[in-house]
Design a protein around this ligand. Structure first.
Ligand SMILES: Cc1ncc(COP(=O)(O)O)c(C=O)c1O
Length: 395
C-alpha cells in the first residue's frame, strides 16, 4: 500500500486543488471507526459529511451493493427499472405519497427542485412568476444554479454572471420575508437546519408561518433536506419534526450511505409538472444506487434509527453542554438530533478540529468559530463518551 506522502504527491500533481486537504488518508472503515494508511484508528463523528449515516460498510448495504453489482449496475432511464420503482414506493410510504425523481447529488437534486418549481410556476402562476426566496447563510450546492440559490457571498465570488431569480432573506425573520414577497414570488426554499454555515435550526413558529404564507400567496415551499434529512434530526424527514409539509423537498447525502444519489420529492399536484423531455439524468437512479438506498432506508426503518438519533443526540448535547462548565471558550451548543454544532467564543475551531484529528476524532470546523458534529446514526453511548473525552483534551 502507498504511504501518505506518496498519495499526497500524486494528489497534489494530478487532482485540481478544490479542497484544502487535511493530512490524513483513510483506507478502511467499519461502523463509526476509520483507519488511515499508518493503521491509526479514528472515531468518525462526521460520517463522510452526513453521508455514512449507517456507519462505514454497513453489512446490509454492502450485501445489497455486492448482490446488485453482480446482477445489473445500469440501464438507461428510457426503460423501466424495478429497483428504482421499489425505492420510489418506499420513499412514498415514508413521506406520505410524494413522488421521486432520481439524480446523483444534493446540488443536482436542488437543481431539479428549482426546475420543477419553475415549470409548475409557468403552468400555474404565469410567465413572470419566477422569484425564489432562500435564506442568508444557506447552502444549496456548487453548480451555478445552486450557487445562485445559496445565500453566502464566499460561495458566489468569482463565478458571475449568476442565475437570476433568487433573493436572500434573513433566516427566522418572518417580517423580512413578508415585506419582500410580491406577485412574482414563486417559492421559498429553506434548510430546516442550516448545515454548512454552522448548524442553525429554523424556529418552528417561523416555518409554520412560512407554510401559511406560501398557502395564502400560492407559493411553493421547497425544503432542502440534503443534510438534515433521513433520520438525522430525529424523524425520517426534518419537516416531520417541524409539523409542516413541503411541496417539494430534496434528499441526498445519506440516502445510499455513500453511493451517489440525490432525489427530488414532490407532492401530487406539483410532481406532474415534469413531463417527458423536461428533465433527466444518465446516471440518476441506477439499479446499483437504488439497491443501496433501499437497503439504507429499510435498515433505518427496521432499526428505528431516527428515534435513536433523537436519543443519542440528546445524550451527546447533554455531554457537550457539561463541557461548557470546564471550558470558558465554549459559547453555545445547538442542534437537532445528531446534527450538532458547538460555537466557540474564539476563532479556534480549525485548531481544535486539527487537534481532535491528531487525537483520533474526526469532526469538522465550519468557519472560524463553529465545530460541527455529524456522527453516524448507529453511534453508541460509549463512542459518544470517548469522543467527548477526546474533545475535552483537544479543547
Ligand atoms: C443543505 C445542502 N444542500 C445541498 C448540498 C450539496 O450537496 P452535494 O455536495 O451532494 O452536491 C449540501 C452539501 O453539503 C448541503 O448541505
Amino acid at each position: 500500500m502507498s504511504t501518505l506522502q506518496e498519495i499526497q504527491e500524486l494528489d497534489s500533481a494530478h487532482v485540481m486543488h478544490c479542497f484544502a486537504r487535511l493530512p490524513v488518508c483513510f483506507v478502511r472503515g467499519e461502523g463509526a471507526r476509520l483507519w488511515d494508511t499508518e493503521g491509526k484508528e479514528y472515531l468518525d463523528f462526521l460520517a463522510g459529511i452526513a453521508v455514512c449515516a449507517l456507519g462505514h460498510c454497513h453489512p446490509r448495504v454492502t450485501e445489497a451493493i455486492r448482490e446488485q453489482a453482480g446482477r445489473l449496475v445500469h440501464t438507461s432511464n428510457l426503460y423501466y427499472n424495478a429497483e428504482q420503482a421499489r425505492l420510489a414506493q418506499l420513499l412514498g410510504e415514508l413521506s406520505g405519497g410524494y413522488k421521486a425523481f432520481f439524480g446523483n447529488s444534493g446540488a443536482e437534486a436542488n437543481e431539479g427542485a428549482i426546475k420543477l418549481a419553475r415549470k409548475w410556476g409557468k403552468l400555474n402562476r404565469g410567465p413572470e412568476c419566477v422569484t425564489i426566496f432562500t435564506a442568508l447563510n444557506s447552502f444549496h450546492g456548487r453548480t451555478l444554479l445552486t450557487v445562485s440559490a445559496t445565500g453566502q457571498e464566499k460561495v458566489k465570488k468569482n463565478f458571475d454572471p449568476l442565475m437570476p431569480g433568487f433573493v436572500h432573506v434573513p433566516l427566522n425573520d418572518l417580517a423580512a420575508l413578508e415585506a419582500a414577497v410580491d406577485e412574482n414570488t414563486l417559492a421559498v426554499m429553506l434548510e430546516l437546519v442550516q448545515g454548512e454555515s454552522g448548524i442553525h435550526p429554523c424556529d418552528p413558529e417561523y416555518v409554520k408561518a412560512v407554510r401559511r404564507l406560501c398557502d395564502e400567496r400560492k407559493m411553493l415551499l421547497i425544503l432542502d433536506e440534503v443534510q438534515c434529512g433521513l433520520g438525522r434530526t430525529g424523524a425520517f424527514f426534518a419537516w416531520q419534526r417541524y409539523g409542516v409539509t413541503p411541496d417539494i423537498f430534496t434528499l441526498a447525502k445519506p440516502i445510499a450511505n455513500g453511493v451517489p444519489m440525490g432525489v427530488v420529492m414532490a407532492r401530487p399536484g406539483v410532481a406532474e409538472a415534469f413531463q417527458p423531455g423536461d428533465h433527466g439524468s444518465t446516471f440518476g437512479g441506477t439499479h446499483l444506487a437504488c439497491a443501496a438506498a433501499t437497503a439504507v432506508l429499510e435498515t433505518m426503518r427496521d432499526e428505528r434509527l431516527p428515534e435513536r438519533a433523537e436519543e443519542m443526540g440528546r445524550y451527546f448535547m447533554g455531554r457537550l453542554n457539561a463541557l461548557r462548565e470546564k471550558h470558558a471558550k465554549i459559547k453555545e451548543v445547538r442542534g437537532l438530533g445528531l446534527m450538532v454544532g458547538m460555537e466557540l467564543q474564539v476563532p479556534e475551531a480549525k485548531a481544535v478540529m486539527l487537534r481532535c484529528l491528531e487525537n483520533g476524532l474526526v469532526i469538522n470546523a465550519t468557519g472560524d468559530t463553529v465545530l460541527r458534529f455529524l456522527p453516524p446514526l448507529i453511534v453508541t453511548r460509549d463512542e459518544i463518551d470517548r469522543a467527548v473525552e477526546i474533545l475535552d483534551d483537544s479543547l
